[in-house]
Ligand binder design. Structure first.
Ligand SMILES: Cc1cc2nc3c(=O)[nH]c(=O)nc-3n(C[C@H](O)[C@H](O)[C@H](O)COP(=O)(O)OP(=O)(O)OC[C@H]3O[C@@H](n4cnc5c(N)ncnc54)[C@H](O)[C@@H]3O)c2cc1C
Length: 379
């Protein structure tokens, strides 16, 4: 039976949820406090490494083919190394008989095409409309903005890591602060990136260069402990590039800033309840993880796929609870993997340095371990 879903938040996850529900024949209203997404020729700062299963969802929603190829950076190799030891691992899509390992796409580009598809499919879209109040009752939900009140059957909070709806509902969080900031910027490199995603682990955090569609442009994600991040933030552009050049081991030749820099606090968190009567949390509202493996949005797209499997036929509250249990397992596995990586590589202890140097070299020469690493990169 068709239901009326109210989705709050037009990030990638809220929009994919709204569009999928609408395509199943449900009535959907989506509210976004910011402007409707759009993009220009300039490369956006925020990008995501879109894994195969997320690409498949976007394909099934009819959106993937609408994204201009000039904004899609498929990557077919990954190189990970430790700045302080001899450890290095390199793997290619070919090793697992794939054409690529995923694609780097700007978040804003995906959001814009999802928004356009949602409008065409008949989702009722409100931009520049913040939800101020909401209520979840036994058999109905409603939201209030400054100008209107909308009633529906289910409320989906896709309102991001700070989720005002989760907060207002008083849903408890488990979290720990990584005490790190993520710096993002677009970088021009004199050597072509060759479709390889590169990541070096420093004692202060990982630095990733993600290949964009332009062979000489990469998206930088530099995660650094708060103290180191503060120094980066205070550095002039010239000093920043000097430091970046030094940690890059010259893997991309001469580097130049091609954008401003932006900083995000990094924190792991997950809500202890994702289903509260007729309200659901999804995407970053339910969980957020360290960006070092580029899996945050992929985890959110996984939530969407699993939810759409529930809503495609008539469902009961117990089905939503089963969805919550299934996705909590996926999120906690990912959180544990990220923590393991972070702890293993974040230490300057000589013994750990030696172990990870040996470990990476061993992994590089040993196909089963490499396959496991590739599998985790594929999401
Ligand atoms: C530095 C960095 C790098 C990352 N790299 C990757 C990567 O490579 N791969 C990957 O998979 N993930 C990556 N991630 C994670 C990814 O960016 C997030 O998981 C993803 O963007 C979350 O999408 P979302 O739709 O859940 O939330 P958001 O994109 O945060 O969307 C939430 C929306 O809700 C709206 N909103 C909030 N409150 C209200 C309200 N009251 N009323 C109306 N609207 C409201 C907001 O305006 C916003 O548009 C990275 C994250 C960081 C910080």
């Amino acid at each position: 039976m068709a239901q009326h879903f109210i989705v709050v938040g037009a990030g990638m996850i809220g929009l994919a949820t709204a569009l999928g529900l609408r395509q199943q024949g449900h009535r959907v209203t989506l509210l976004e406090r910011g402007a409707a997404p759009s993009y220009t020729e300039t490369t956006e700062l925020r990008v995501s490494a879109i894994a195969h299963h997320s690409r498949q969802l976007l394909h099934e929603l009819g959106v993937w083919s609408t994204i201009p190829p000039a904004r899609v950076g498929p990557y077919s190799a990954m190189e990970v190394w430790d700045h302080d030891s001899f450890g290095r691992v390199h793997f290619t899509a070919q090793e697992v008989n794939q054409a690529d390992l995923g694609a780097i796409v700007e978040n804003r580009v995906i959001e814009t095409h999802l928004w356009q598809a949602a409008a065409a499919a008949g989702v009722t879209l409100f931009a520049e409309t913040a939800v101020q109040r909401h209520a979840v009752e036994h058999d109905t939900v409603w939201v209030e903005t400054d100008t209107t009140r909308i009633q529906g059957d289910y409320l989906i909070a896709a309102d991001g890591v700070r989720s005002p709806l989760r907060h207002a509902e008083g849903l408890p969080l488990t979290f720990w602060d990584y005490q790190q900031q993520g710096c993002v910027a677009v970088i021009q490199c004199s050597e072509p990136h060759g479709g390889c995603a590169r990541q070096v682990f420093l004692p202060t955090g990982p630095v990733a260069w993600l290949p964009l569609a332009d062979p000489h442009l990469v998206s930088l994600v530099w995660s650094a402990d708060n103290e180191a991040a503060k120094q980066l933030q205070n550095a002039t552009d010239a000093d920043f590039i000097k430091q970046l050049q030094a940690v890059s081991d010259q893997c991309l030749g001469q580097l130049q800033l091609a954008s401003t820099r932006a900083y995000f606090p990094l924190r792991m968190q997950y809500a202890q309840r994702w289903v509260q009567q007729r309200m659901l949390l999804i995407g970053d509202a339910a969980h957020s993880i360290h960006p070092l493996a580029g899996q945050g949005a992929n985890l959110g797209f996984g939530d969407v796929v699993a939810l759409l499997a529930v809503t495609e036929s008539s469902f009961e509250h117990a089905d939503l609870r089963a969805w919550e249990r299934q996705r909590k397992v996926a999120a906690s596995q990912m959180i544990a993997a990220m923590e393991g990586f972070k702890r293993g590589f974040g230490s300057a202890s000589p013994l750990l340095k030696l172990t990870r140097g040996l470990g990476l070299s061993f992994a590089n020469g040993f196909t089963p371990i490499k396959r496991a690493l590739i599998k985790s990169a594929l999401g």
